[in-house]
Design a protein around this ligand. Structure first.
Ligand SMILES: [Zn+2]
Length: 106
């Protein structure tokens, strides 16, 4: 079997036959007024990673890009809830456009 993205957890694996999905977590966006009935399920290795992954998915899906999100996370099957503020860092991108008619004389 070849590598690829797992259809369940969306993680990349070099061999999907040997792949095991990380545990499932339920995540809600507190500032959006979501309750547990609105929770989305993500697969991650920790509460923190689940909070980050859910925010990333939401930012890819929604037109309004969030840079700071208050999220509540609980592992499926457990009652303990952890609350996080997820900050999004932007990676700067540089692009040089050549001046066709430049007033700069080197
Ligand atoms: Zn998986």
């Amino acid at each position: 079997m070849k590598g690829g993205f797992c259809p369940k957890c969306d993680d990349y694996s070099f061999d999907l036959n040997k792949h095991t999905c990380p545990p499932a977590y339920e995540v809600i966006f507190y500032d959006s007024g979501e309750g547990w009935e609105d929770a989305q399920t993500v697969y991650a290795d920790s509460h923190e990673k689940a909070a980050e992954k859910a925010t990333d998915i939401a930012n890819c899906r929604d037109a309004e890009y969030s840079t700071r999100e208050k999220v509540c996370v609980r592992k499926v099957g457990e009652s303990e809830v952890k609350v996080f503020t997820v900050y999004v860092d932007f990676v700067p991108e540089y692009k040089a456009d050549a001046d066709v008619e430049s007033e700069v004389t080197p």
